[in-house]
Design a protein around this ligand. Structure first.
Ligand code: ZN
Length: 58
């Protein structure tokens, strides 16, 4: 699993419990669609996921 691969992740917002699907190589910040909490921060390549990851979607 060292191969560079991008995935979609299902994450859960820590504030409101909303679940949404995000891209783990997002080029820009991703916010919760319900409460606008930051879920993903771009980090020059693989994004930093700042929400709870529920599932990895290939
Ligand atoms: Zn939220």
């Amino acid at each position: 699993m060292s191969k560079k691969k991008s995935n979609f992740l299902r994450v859960k917002c820590g504030d409101c419990g909303n679940q949404q699907v995000v891209f783990d190589h997002a080029a820009s910040k991703v916010e919760c669609i319900i409460c606008s909490k930051t879920l993903v921060q771009p980090k020059g390549g693989k994004s930093k996921i700042v929400a709870q990851i529920i599932e990895v979607i290939d």
